[in-house]
Design a protein around this ligand. Sequence first.
Ligand SMILES: *Cc1c(COP(=O)(O)O)cnc(C)c1O
Length: 458
Amino acid sequence: MEKKYMAEPYKIKMVEPIAVTTRAQREEAIRRAGYNTFLLDSEDVYIDLLTDSGTNAMSDNQWAGLMLGDEAYAGSKNFKNLRSAVQDLYGFKYVVPTHQGRGAENILSQILIRPGDYVPGNMYFTTTRAHQELNGATFRDVIIDEAHDSEAEHPFKGNVDLDKFQKLIDEVGPDRIPYISLAITVNMAGGQPVSMANIRAVSELAHSYGIKVIMDATRCAENACFIKHREPGYEDKSIREIIREQFSYADGCTMSGKKDGIVNIGGFLGLNDEDLYQKATSLVVVYEGMPSYGGMSGRDMEALARGLYEAADYNFLAHRLAQVEYLHDKLNRAGIPIVKPAGGHAVFIDARKFYPHIPQDQFPAQTLAAQLYLKSGVRSMERGIVSAGRDKQGNHHYPKLELVRLTIPRRVYTYAHLDVVAEAVIDLYKERDQVKGMRMVYEPPVLRFFTARFEPIE
Ligand SMILES: *Cc1c(COP(=O)(O)O)cnc(C)c1O
């Protein structure tokens, strides 16, 4: 039976027309893009589910905040508003604004990592791991096994496996582990949450060895909503209380404001230690800007400060998770292989099971993303072998999960748009036998998924 869905807790005040294209136009567009959806022009896209990053619709309150931008070079009042929002909602003492999440990752990796170190994490994220490796660290995945199995139903599939973490400590010694990188939620696992019990246990284990806990706070509000819905003892707590408790176990965080900040650009580093904060401020001036603006304008900081509060609203979050679940449920009922259960920001199609006849080194997920665009003008993203990149020896990483991500921007699309997406995926599944894989014809040295080019295998 079709699930009842939660209506939007907002109304529409401004609209942006979107392109309706023909099959012939899309064939031309995807060929020009080297069959990489990252390289498509947005004008050629009908429903854009590439990412939820920076694609959010801001509220009237945030737009009003843009007019209050204090664009002084130093000491902007909007920085003070951003800082107090982070102190109030997240509880970190020190805030270093950056142009987006990876700016914070760059600074954090430089101040904490020494060459030869190991950084454990609950599954990698592309830019996070890239910064760790650029600073000489080796990333170790310590997420629970269920996270690598698209079928496994687990309410907190983003949890850390404490045995794996302990094993790494025993193997390399705590001195070689500056921090554990704990993502809440885990993007690459399907937007899967981490339980409060697990966060607490990870923090206890790490701190008992003097290892820091650094959270990737990118989707921390969505994680809090999952905890409220799924973890016994939290059903009556407010989202704000849950967010605060999450961060009470951390020594710092990197944040991409482009996700749960509900803005189009921005991010920050949150810290509690004064010495680390001093180190971070001396780097931020080199890479981003003054410690009172990082890489952001005053108005951007104001929009982010307001967005952080809006993202901590239960009605906003419940609707967001309901939208994701709606699309998840539609595809699931049609028998499409997807990552279960529904995550926080996206529905992930298991491309290996969708196209079982395409070997992983012929890029089944990249192929499916290209086919979905051709069929419907819907843009999605590969999160599989292309995103995983190569190891130090130059071989492909072969991730267990070979996924296509249908990412839902915040407050942008309606349930009717999601119906269009579901129908296109279901049609493609019926025609799956006719599709062949692709070969890579251009590959950049790092973060190849952004700009790699492909050709269909004839
Ligand atoms: C987007 C993202 C980042 C990086 O943030 P940017 O703002 O894109 O630089 C880091 N971690 C996770 C989990 C993300 O989703």
